[in-house]
Design a protein around this ligand. Structure first.
Ligand SMILES: Nc1ncnc2c1ncn2[C@@H]1O[C@H](COP(=O)(O)OP(=O)(O)OP(=O)(O)O)[C@@H](O)[C@H]1O
Length: 257
């Protein structure tokens, strides 16, 4: 269970969402979602498969347009931005995908250098080198710097994927199912890393997960998407202390086999 985090700034909303709606044909996925992410906070978004968690994250990162509602990220309304402004904003929002998607033909070093060459064109080779060492040290994998992704375990690849997202120093991290497909011990390590990233790099984060052990250990707050809306939110206990059968089923699925 996570301790109360004194570093969250509840005066500063880094993401603010109001009345967000999104449908595909006549299937309404998000039916008027309100959500705030505060600076320094790790917010967990829970929900069964197909409830619209990924759609939410895609709208936040400007990959999908909302049908209705307001989505403000770092003070900017995402769907009102011109393509160049959106590109600039995206550099401040790190997206850690489910399958870390490293480039197999590049070493760990080259995987981390690639986004810097592309997006930080003024950075000298020496600065890039220092940044890569700093970030790799931060995720505990400096020793893997010259290895190929194929030589790493699933958990290590996940760490490098997170490192690659961190390399551009994002203010917000979006983690999509960070522990999916990992064994329980590696899950614990990734959960610890997510908390470490929050502390060391001062990031705010949205973590999408089905894994309640992950939710409980990384979430300062959690919200549960049920039938297109956040119907439960608060601490882990506040979310799950309910007679709502839909919520109980979600809990039982995780802890009772
Ligand atoms: N581009 C799209 N076109 C049509 N339907 C879509 C599109 N993207 C998502 N959907 C539908 O929206 C619903 C929510 O999808 P989403 O991927 O957000 O679910 P999820 O909660 O992330 O699920 P999971 O936990 O399985 O990843 C699904 O029914 C999906 O089929």
């Amino acid at each position: 269970m996570k301790k109360i985090n004194p570093n969250i700034n509840y005066e500063n909303k880094v993401i603010e969402i109001k009345g967000l709606k999104k449908a595909f044909d006549d299937f309404e996925v998000l039916k008027g979602v309100d959500l705030n992410l505060y600076q320094g906070e790790n917010l967990v978004v829970l929900g069964r498969s197909g409830t619209g968690k990924s759609v939410l994250i895609k709208i936040i990162s400007g990959l999908l347009d909302p049908d209705e509602g307001m989505v403000r990220v770092l003070g900017q309304e995402v769907n009102k931005l011109k393509p160049k402004q959106l590109d600039q904003l995206r550099l401040k929002v790190g997206f850690s995908f489910q399958n870390s998607a490293l480039y197999d033909s590049m070493t760990v070093y080259e995987n981390l250098e690639f986004p810097l060459i592309r997006h930080a064109k003024d950075m000298s080779k020496g600065e890039r080198d220092r940044r890569i060492h700093f970030i790799l040290d931060g995720v505990g994998l400096l020793q893997a710097i010259n290895q190929m992704p194929s030589e790493l375990s699933g958990g290590q690849r996940k760490r490098i994927g997170i490192a690659r997202t961190l390399i551009l120093k994002p203010e917000i991290m979006l983690y999509d199912e960070p522990t999916a497909g990992l064994d329980p011990i590696t899950c614990i390590e990734i959960n610890a890393l997510i908390n470490d990233v929050q502390e060391r790099f001062n990031t705010s984060a949205i973590i999408i997960t089905h894994d309640l052990t992950c939710a409980r250990s990384v979430g300062d707050r959690m919200v549960m998407l049920l039938e297109g809306q956040f119907q439960r939110q608060g601490t882990f206990e506040e979310v799950f202390n309910t007679d709502d059968e839909r919520v109980k089923m979600f809990y039982d699925y995780n802890f009772v086999y």
